[in-house]
Write a protein that binds this ligand. Structure first.
Ligand code: ADP
Ligand code: MG
Ligand code: MG
Length: 891
């Protein structure tokens, strides 16, 4: 195709041409056009790169001619010629894809130098050292990135000469020494690639352009694209830019700067520079750079000009910028600008400050902050400045960081914890028997188990850090120690865990407290003014409920009652209830549990005064409250061996029989949820009674409470009809017995496909729906989450069979379709039906957006994620509005 334009002068481009010119090229063009001091240059488009790859690594037709022509333009702009032995034009060749990609080819500087033109450069600048320095850098960079010669081989030669002359830095080498370095570099090239270093600048340029194109498909780049989900067909642009020199002596230098502090968001230029240096010297750590504030003293005029440019760029791009600059004999040049990366704390501060400065609107500020990133701000975390020694990595099961002494059993954890010691409970996996230990520990570390293992779920529920499934850990429980490879860690040794990254670290690490900074509160208030979804929290304890309120929760969307069965005082009674031989025995046990449960509900409802609280009746299979068969077998064997205590032995044998009788082939699909309510109505009746008595008590105290009783795992309206009637009867009894009248709702969790498909019928009996999207995902996919995540899901994601883990990001096409159906059918029967979501998805941004789009009333998530959901819910509204506007304007 003749006449296709593959090359643009900087003056022909714009910032919005990133797709064609790459990010770097588009921004260089934009800066050129707003009059900033950018050395002139040209950009070969990403399209040319794609063509090159499509043609099997060949320049598309016409590209070489076009390059020659545009090069003439560039030469004219500079009044210099590439390869001119007297006054050579030198250029840099820089890659630049549409999205920033660290894996791409490194930049080549000083291209155009050869044995002749280096003399011209020396004569012209009257600086031989400088010219030779440029040449040796060029051979080194070209040799490394284009010819593929190991960088270290060049460094070794350089080092040798520095040592010989007894100097520390390369800018101290004499011209004579540099001559020798160059000669040795050229020998090295000849030896390594079997040809002389190319002397023809046109050839140098062609080879460099080709190398940039090729680097699009180098393994580093491919891996980076995969991890960051960047499409493979974007291609990269090539920028060929007139060189400016920071290595021309004491009034020259190079540096990088942010327009605001990228760690804190503080306003003011933040960066570093080096005098008499070139390119990446600042970041390469060859000399220690100086903070930018020094430049103010060293070159006040240049600094002032830089300040003005920073302000101008921020205003122009309306965001914090990351800028590269070079000073050549006192004259400032800008070589790159891009939106600066920043921490969550900085993102929040910058967004809010920029609204106050009139740079952006509140809605833009809301969109500027990544909800997944602010999770960082809501937990205690490892001080990012700290040096830590990571010894192992597990799954990041529950965010937050903690340090403490290693303990291997729950009793010990409890004992030490109550004594005020900080401990980390380390187990192969945890069971309900460990709860008392987890309560007293700073965090939990397990060798086995997935993101929904007991330890993970319990720790998340308690807001405690947890790292699970840390396979590198070899625990020797008897020896009270664990190993990571040959490293031994004993009971009492201090470790730290970071549940946000999965890192396990040796020793105590400095932690920083979570902060809802003033700016963050402001941003969230703006978000509250925009969002339509309400945000509730999942909370099982009064402490969680309190924290949830602090973070802005507008109710509790899920209070699970099973955790209330697990404390050391409760579990034996719960076991009596389960093992009861008849109804009387069971009711006796339930009678003991009733006041305890009533106390639990009283506390939570009280904390949540004035706000709705959804309480789910018992859900897990009962055998979860019993010891495991293996454990019992071990004890039985032990008792048999000692021959003592025959009564205890008999009791254990009985218990084992009971445990065996309750074993299920697939507990996830077994005797659980409302199936328990159907088979043991007295259990649900007890729970309902505990709820309503607490309600009556609070009403008497003048406290307004809004209880919602939730029946889990319903598949048929008949289940709900029966259980709702049971709940209603208990409510009537309590009203009569207490003489207090109160309101409540009865509804259901929607977590099975059949419930979605028959939601119109179910809505006849349900006053609210709440999607339990973990089970709904498991049953829609036919995956058990733990098995999937441990065994095959990683490969599914790797090979892109699935784009996302459906347990983390709601599957809109499958699970989402069921949800949409359930909402529509449910509201057909009962237009005022209140619908929410209480799965983990309720705190994940993309899932929150989907909930907004299908018209839910609220999302409910862990207390720590409430701010995330508030922000995400507001973003959903703004994005929906934008999409609508875009679709009108294209009509
Ligand atoms: P990266 O994408 O890795 O940042 P760059 O293309 O920005 O690579 O360049 C690497 C270094 O070389 C930067 O310090 C940049 O400022 C410098 N540099 C690039 N082009 C020129 C030039 N024409 N003159 C002087 N320095 C340059
Ligand atoms: Mg680089
Ligand atoms: Mg750069």
């Amino acid at each position: 195709m003749a006449g296709k334009k593959y090359i643009y002068l900087f003056s022909e481009g714009r910032a919005d041409m990133k797709q064609l010119l790459g990010g770097k090229g588009a921004n260089l063009a934009e800066m050129t056009n707003i009059g900033l001091p950018v050395p002139p240059g040209i950009t070969i488009t990403c399209e040319a790169c794609n063509e090159y790859i499509r043609l099997g690594r060949q320049f598309p037709e016409g590209l070489e001619e076009e390059l020659k022509a545009r090069l003439k333009d560039l030469e004219a702009l500079n009044a210099k010629k590439l390869g001119d032995p007297k006054d050579p034009l030198l250029v840099s060749v820089r890659s630049g894809a549409p999205v920033s990609m660290p894996g791409m080819m490194d930049t080549i500087l000083n291209l155009g130098l050869n044995d002749e033109s280096v003399k011209g450069l020396a004569a012209n600048t009257n600086d031989e050292r400088f010219a030779l320095d440029c040449y040796r850098r060029f051979i080194q960079m070209f040799g490394d990135v284009v010819l593929g010669i190991d960088h270290d081989k060049f460094e070794a030669i350089l080092e040798k000469h520095k040592e010989r002359l007894g100097v520390k830095f390369d800018n101290e080498l004499t011209p004579a020494a540099l001559q020798e370095v160059i000669a040795e570099y050229k020998d090295l090239v000849r030896k390594e690639v079997g040809r002389d270093f190319p002397q023809d600048p046109q050839e140098q340029l062609r080879m460099a352009v080709r190398a940039v194109f090729d680097s699009w498909d180098n393994p580093r780049a491919i891996v980076y694209r995969k991890i960051n989900k960047i499409p493979d067909d974007l291609g990269t642009a090539v920028n060929i830019q007139t060189m400016v020199f920071g290595n021309m002596g004491p009034t020259s230098g190079t540096g990088v700067a942010f327009t605001r502090n990228p760690a804190t968001g503080e306003k003011g230029i933040y960066g570093e520079y080096l005098i008499n240096a070139q390119g990446e010297d600042v970041v390469a750590g060859i000399r220690t750079p100086k903070p930018i504030a020094e430049l103010k003293k060293e070159m006040p005029d240049t600094y002032r000009q830089f300040e003005e440019i920073c302000a101008l760029l921020e205003k122009h791009y309306r965001d914090m910028q990351d800028i590269e600059f070079t000073i050549e004999r006192g004259k400032l040049y800008i070589l790159q600008t891009r939106v600066g990366k920043r921490t969550a704390a900085a993102a929040v501060k910058i967004a809010v400050d920029m609204v106050e400065e009139g740079l952006i609107s509140q809605e833009e500020a809301i969109l500027r902050v990544d909800p997944d990133q602010v999770v960082q701000l809501l937990h205690r975390r490892v001080d990012p400045e700290a040096k830590v020694q990571v010894i192992a990595k597990g799954l990041p099961a529950s965010p937050g960081a903690a340090s403490g002494k290693v303990v291997f059993d729950a009793d010990e954890a409890e004992r030490k914890g109550l004594d005020g010691e900080k401990v980390i409970l380390v187990r192969n996996e945890t069971t309900p028997d460990d709860i008392h230990g987890i309560v007293q520990a700073q965090g939990v570390l397990t060798a086995r188990g997935g993101m929904t293992s007991h330890a993970a779920v319990v720790a998340r529920g308690m807001g405690k850090p947890a790292v699970v499934g840390c396979g590198d850990l070899k625990i020797d429980v008897g020896g009270k120690r664990f190993f990571v490879g040959s490293l031994e860690v004993k009971e009492g040794d201090v470790i730290s865990i970071d549940g946000a990254t999965g890192n396990v670290m040796l020793g105590e690490v400095p932690l920083v407290e979570p902060q809802l900074s003033g700016e963050f509160q402001t941003l969230l208030q703006w978000a509250d003014g925009v969002r339509r979804l309400k945000v509730r929290a999942n909370a099982d304890t009064p402490e969680d409920a309190r924290r949830a309120r602090e973070f802005g929760a507008e109710g509790i969307g899920l209070a699970r009652t099973e955790h209330m069965f697990m404390g050391a005082d409760r579990l034996p009674v719960v076991q009596q209830m389960i093992l009861a031989k008849n109804k009387e025995e069971r009711e006796a046990a339930l009678a003991k549990l009733l006041p305890m449960q009533q106390g639990d509900f009283y506390e939570i409802l009280k904390v949540m005064e004035g706000l709705p609280v959804t309480i789910r009746l018992l859900d897990p299979p009962l055998h979860e409250f019993l010891p495991s068969a293996e454990e019992l077998l071990v004890e039985i064997t032990r008792l048999e061996a000692t021959g003592q205590n025959p009564e205890e032995l008999e009791a254990k044998r009985d218990l084992l029989r009971e445990v065996r009788a309750r074993e299920e082939f697939n507990p996830m699909l077994g005797h659980r949820g409302c199936r328990l309510g159907v088979t043991y109505p007295e259990v649900y009746a007890m729970q309902a009674r505990a709820i309503f008595r607490a309600v009556a008590q609070l009403k008497k105290e003048g406290i307004n409470v809004l209880p919602e009783v939730e029946i889990p795992l319903v598949i048929h309206v008949n289940e709900l009809r029966r259980l709702r009637q049971l709940v209603n009867e208990v409510a009537d009894e309590v009203k009569k017995e207490t003489g207090v009248d109160f309101d409540y709702k009865v509804g259901t969790m929607i977590e099975l496909p059949r419930a979605c498909a028959t939601a119109d019928e179910i809505a006849e009996e349900a006053e609210f729906f709440s999607f339990g999207t973990n089970d709904l995902t498991q049953t829609t996919f036919g995956f058990s989450r733990d098995d999937a995540e441990a065994k095959f899901l990683p490969q599914y994601l790797e090979e892109k069979i699935l784009k996302e883990n459906p347990f983390m990001v709601l599957d809109r096409q499958g699970v989402g379709k069921f949800m949409r159906m359930a909402v529509e059918l449910g509201r057909k029967t009962r237009p005022e039906l209140e619908v929410g979501i209480c799965g983990e998805h309720g705190g994940e941004a993309s899932s929150v957006e989907f909930c907004h789009l299908i018209g839910l009333n609220y999302v409910s998530c862990s207390p720590f994620r409430v701010p995330v959901a508030r922000l995400a819910a507001a973003q959903a509204v703004i994005k929906e509005k934008k999409d609508k506007e875009a679709s009108y304007s294209t009509e």
